[in-house]
Design a protein around this ligand. Structure first.
Ligand SMILES: [Zn+2]
Ligand SMILES: [Zn+2]
Length: 396
């Protein structure tokens, strides 16, 4: 009996030690690896992939609130494929704050005084290092994402405005007190120039004398038709008439989540039609104006690209031909961007991946109209108009 009791107590001791050993010191409450990004599904258009880009983003090195690594993670989560960190080249309030933080490193606790470009006659910060920080984060995270080297050059809003320089070789050394010279330097590096938020702090989006000059010299490649949630309708006509590329960028200084996704919107972006996600292919698409600007649910661009996009995104099947030649169609939006189709006064919200049935027979005047033709209310073409599109039926 004693032996049995001994065995039982030994077993209990062994079991309790096993139980104790089994309690881990750290447990994951959620598998972060399964945290998903906002996957934005867009169709293949004329054999091109649709890449989602934001070419105007600020970090804490100029006057933004997030550092370059944070911007990369944020853009990935927001569903983007290509970004450019474009900190203000001339004015960098973040440096001022940083110098305050590291003041004890300096003798007597007095760090060097922050100098804006104007006063220093050059930019003292290493802008290539800002870009590299973002590139390193992409490599570290393993995201299939592209970071374009860029910066924003800003002058008086009334006379000059702001310009983004992209696809640069070396950001440092671009500065010149004369913005025209600085833009020429961008071109010498094979860079691309975007005219940013053309009606910002102005009551017009018309060109100034400076703009007339730099545009006619071929120093400007594209313009922001939208910046954040602001759309500049006059710029669409300018882009078409002058062969400029349309962009929509966030110009994000704060955090994108509370501005876009939490409001139920996709992030403002430029949709780029390119064969592959390489710097060469993206640059080629930009220089050949293969873009659509997206902001707040609106798609802005050249009519031909918008029509191609719509027809690539929408599957339209002829379901039946009924009495009196009434044609019944099923429309399915195979993209993540809702499409607002209008026929007369009736609006059809074509939500992503939710088919609807529509019928066509006669129009208001009683004339036979069996083809699915709509005005697309959330698409904008030149002169503040919506395109009228005949949706391709039973496309392959
Ligand atoms: Zn700006
Ligand atoms: Zn900006």
């Amino acid at each position: 009996m004693k032996r049995v009791l001994f065995l039982i107590s030994a077993l209990l001791v062994a079991l309790s030690s096993v139980a104790q050993k089994k309690i881990p010191h750290a447990v994951k409450t959620y598998n972060e690896a399964t945290a998903r990004r906002m996957e934005i599904v867009l169709p293949k258009v004329k054999g091109y992939n649709c890449y989602k880009g934001d070419f105007h983003i600020h970090t804490s090195y100029s006057d933004g609130r997030v550092n370059p690594s944070g911007r990369v993670v944020e853009a990935w989560v927001d569903g983007l494929d290509v970004i450019a960190i474009t900190d203000h080249y001339e004015g960098r309030t973040g440096e001022k704050k940083f110098l305050k933080v590291v003041a004890p490193y300096f003798e007597g606790g007095t760090p060097p005084k922050y100098q804006s470009a104007g006063k220093a006659k050059r930019v003292l910060a290493d802008f290539n290092a800002i870009h590299q920080e973002a590139v390193d984060q992409v490599a570290k995270s393993g995201y299939p994402m592209l970071v374009i080297k860029g910066c924003e050059m800003a002058r008086n809003a009334q006379t000059h405005g702001h310009f983004n320089a992209l696809f640069l070789q070396d950001i440092n050394g671009l500065y010149d007190a004369d913005l025209e010279v600085a833009l020429q330097r961008v071109k010498e590096q094979g860079g691309v120039v975007i005219h940013n938020h053309p009606a910002w702090r102005r009551d017009t989006s018309d060109k100034t004398e400076f703009h007339e000059r730099v545009y006619s010299e071929g120093l400007v490649d594209g313009v922001e038709v939208a910046n954040g949630y602001t759309f500049y309708p006059h710029i669409v006509r300018r882009c078409i008439d002058e062969g400029l590329t349309m962009f929509a960028n966030t110009d994000e200084h704060s955090m994108t989540t509370h501005r876009f996704l939490q409001n139920g919107n996709l992030r403002t972006m430029t949709i780029i039609f390119a064969k592959e996600l390489t710097e060469k292919a993206i640059k080629d698409a930009i220089l050949k104006h293969r873009t659509i600007a997206y902001s707040g649910g609106c798609l802005i661009g050249e009519e031909s690209w918008l029509v191609e996009f719509l027809n690539a995104a929408v599957d339209c099947c002829l379901v039946a031909v009924k009495e009196k030649n009434e044609h019944l169609y099923m429309l399915t939006n195979q993209s993540s961007i809702p499409l607002r189709l209008r026929r007369g006064k009736t609006i059809y919200e074509l939500e992503p991946f939710k088919p609807i049935l529509v019928s066509f027979g006669k129009d208001k005047e009683g004339v036979e109209a069996t083809r699915p033709v709509y005005t697309v209310d959330n698409m904008w073409v030149a002169d503040y108009k919506h395109p009228k599109v005949e949706i391709a039926i039973d496309k392959k």
